[in-house]
Design a protein around this ligand. Structure first.
Ligand code: SF4
Length: 348
């Protein structure tokens, strides 16, 4: 396949995803990088990632912190979260992401509300207050509103697969894991006023090139201002891995991860696209390659190290803030101290 033959409809996207020609893939990544720089500039925005807790009420079949997995659970105290947010301020990250397993109990909800208010009150000198993205799963519309009013302005809720059949293959079949409920939550977030981001796993068992093409078209239809998607990285103790269902090699999943970023950049030129840490698991320079394929956001992990290792979503390396300096040393331009909202959202 040649780049000049690429079309951005379902058929064209699926053909591009299925094509394993290295020259085509390299040309596609180069074109996506060019489109990124021409549309939104070369800057990369930082989100300091705070993994607040690995306690989760859900049981997704691919997840290393699912409810039924034996693992040492933790929850950061409010003071620990605030101390970490202050580190993000000192390092001029501009924004933090508070991510954790899904919990809907009142104590947790109120804790997040208090934290949001306290984080927004951190003295940042001349810079704007820290931007806050939440990634805390499905909540009621009232809770989303409460957190929005307390200062969160972005929310990441990955759809994981836009194909309802595939979604049900990778989740337990119960009301807690219903596809429609997740889609409803995404629209709630958008209607409330969040920059509502989503994303999916790439290269998982049962997934076809058409599924991946549909994921891209789902982001477009939802008009997502930001997307965080990454390669599937199997966790050895999860039901999805233990079924033995085949999935692409690590090399192919990495190539697919970069290709999805590149295709999405062509499809939605002015949105924010994260170079997910899942890329770095498969290639030591994965995030940098993601940025050179059209991504413009990275999320250095600033969770206290003792807890970071327990947030064991999949077999991953712990990535930390010093990686940012490596990227700077390799010529990546960092948008220090900026919220880095997507141009797509700003235009609205
Ligand atoms: S993917 Fe998210 S919601 Fe599902 S089990 Fe893991 S942490 Fe919980």
């Amino acid at each position: 396949m040649k780049l000049s033959e690429l079309t951005l409809d379902r058929e064209g996207l699926a053909a591009a995803i299925a094509c394993e020609d290295a020259a085509f893939e390299a040309a596609l990544r180069e074109e996506a990088y060019r489109v990124k720089v021409d549309t939104i500039g070369p800057e990369v925005y930082l989100r300091g990632l705070i993994e607040i807790s690995n306690i989760c009420v859900k049981n997704c079949l691919y997840c290393g912190i699912r409810r039924d997995i034996r693992s040492q659970r933790y929850e950061l105290s409010e003071e620990e979260v605030l101390a970490t947010a202050r580190i993000a301020t000192r390092r001029r990250f501009g924004s933090v992401v508070i991510q954790g397993g899904e919990r809907t109990d009142a104590a947790f909800v109120r804790k997040i509300t208090r934290l949001l208010k306290e984080i927004k009150a951190i003295d940042t000198g001349d810079a704007p207050s820290l931007g806050v993205t939440l990634s805390l799963g499905e909540q009621s519309r009232e809770v989303y509103e409460e957190w929005f009013d307390a200062g969160a302005h972005r929310y990441l809720l990955r759809i994981e697969s836009s194909n309802p059949d595939l979604y049900h293959k990778i989740h337990p079949n119960d009301s807690l894991h219903a596809y429609d409920r997740r889609v409803r939550a995404l629209y709630d977030l958008k209607e409330i006023g969040y920059q509502a981001g989503t994303g999916a796993m790439i290269g998982m068992p049962f997934q076809t090139p058409e599924d991946l093409a549909d994921d891209l078209l789902f982001y477009k239809k939802f008009d997502a201002p930001m997307v965080g998607m990454g390669p599937y990285n199997p966790h050895p103790e999860t039901p999805l891995t233990l079924t033995g269902t085949p999935y692409p090699s690590a090399e192919r999943r990495f190539a697919l991860g970069l290709k999805m970023i590149a295709l999405l950049r062509l499809l939605m030129p002015d949105i924010n696209i994260a170079a997910a840490t899942a890329l770095e698991v498969l290639d030591p320079r994965g995030r940098e390659k993601g940025l050179l394929s059209g991504a413009n956001v990275i999320m250095p992990n600033i969770t206290p190290e003792e807890q970071m290792v327990k947030y064991n979503l999949y077999d991953r390396k712990t990535l930390n803030a010093s990686d940012v300096q490596d990227l700077v040393d390799r010529g990546i331009v960092i948008g220090y101290g900026r919220w880095g909202d997507s141009k797509h959202f700003q235009k609205k």
